[in-house]
Design a protein around this ligand. Structure first.
Ligand code: GLV
Length: 324
């Protein structure tokens, strides 16, 4: 009998086919495994798990997975997995770094433009039949060119956004746990801000690209929002809880900042009611990596980690394993 793999949601078919060539694969119905109970109930039957970031892979899920050898997250972030608990149980954990950098970086630039040029307000105006004559003062926005983008988290995606923003004529500053190499700073002509406050006070656009950890929870709170100027646009394609949404909604409604583009939310998939009505706000349902090619590459990379572990490869041969 071949090993059993649980893929918690329907994903790109080529990935499922690749796993099915070697294993018995079950694919969960959309949303089924967004709660712990369903996972705890079903996990004992599986040798490998390919979860989504919406699945809470808690310590209880991990201990219930008595046959589990590998968890390969269908995401680069892995804040949904209790990695410590998995490693304690000798279960390998993998993520998907690298393959979604371009897709997320492009999407981030798209959100910046959508907010700064008011694309969706303009579409609504048009569809509401309000476009009766061309107005020279209609929908005046802000250009990216010549403005400063502050990037928080200068990993792969942050750097990818910086490269694109520089090509569009933006000045780059950044904050990161540690400075990037002098070569990258030089390439991007990027200045380092030693604090988030310093970055927030000098940026017209701020884009978040840090992982969600205890240290980054509510990194953008009312104190940081207060430092931003009334034109500043905040973009979040990282993780919702990095931003205190209550404080952000307050700043947007009071127009103490210029706008926000949010692809991720604090209590995903729920939307903070005050964000629904906030002005100059573009909201999308966590789709920064959602291009066909990228979602296929994410799935294949996760599948490779599963195959590697189930075939008995050593951890050093599987590049996308999370090291303890
Ligand atoms: C998406 O949010 C990811 O972490 O891959």
């Amino acid at each position: 009998m071949s090993e059993r793999v649980l893929v918690t949601e329907p994903i790109i078919p080529e990935v499922i086919e690749k796993l099915e060539n070697q294993y018995q694969v079950d694919v969960g119905k959309s949303g089924t495994y967004d709660n712990e109970e369903a996972l705890i109930n079903d996990i004992p039957a599986y040798d490998a798990l390919l979860p989504m970031l919406s699945n809470p892979i808690s310590e209880d899920v991990i201990t219930a997975g008595t046959n589990l050898k590998v968890i390969a997250n269908h995401a680069v972030g892995y804040n949904n997995i209790n990695v410590k608990a998995a490693i304690k149980e000798d279960i390998a954990v993998a993520n998907t770094p690298g393959v979604l950098t371009d897709s997320c970086a492009e999407f981030t630039i798209g959100l910046m433009l959508a907010v700064s040029r008011r694309l969706f307000d303009a579409q609504e105006y048009l569809l509401d039949g309000k476009f009766e004559n061309w107005e020279p003062l209609g929908f005046l926005g802000t250009e990216l060119n010549g403005n400063t983008l502050g990037i928080i988290g200068m990993g792969r995606i942050g750097t990818g956004v910086a490269r694109r923003a520089k090509a569009l004529g933006m000045n780059i500053c950044y904050h990161n746990r540690s400075r990037v190499s002098p070569e990258i700073e030089q390439e991007l002509n990027a200045s380092y801000c030693s604090s988030i406050k310093e970055l927030a006070s000098q940026s017209n656009f701020i884009s978040l690209h840090c992982p969600l950890t205890d240290d980054t929870h509510h990194l953008i709170d009312h104190e940081i929002l207060d430092v931003m100027n009334s034109n500043t646009i905040l973009i979040n394609t990282s993780r919702g809880p990095v931003v205190d949404e209550e404080a952000l909604a307050h700043a947007l409604h009071n127009k103490t900042i210029g706008g926000a583009g949010l692809d991720v939310f604090e209590d995903e998939p729920k939307l903070h009611p005050k964000l629904k009505t906030a002005p100059n706000c573009v909201l999308t349902p966590h789709i920064a990596s959602a291009s066909y090619q990228t979602r296929k590459d994410i799935g294949l990379l996760a599948a490779d980690a599963i195959i590697g572990i189930l075939e008995g490869k050593s951890h050093s041969e599987i590049p996308n394993l999370i090291q303890p």
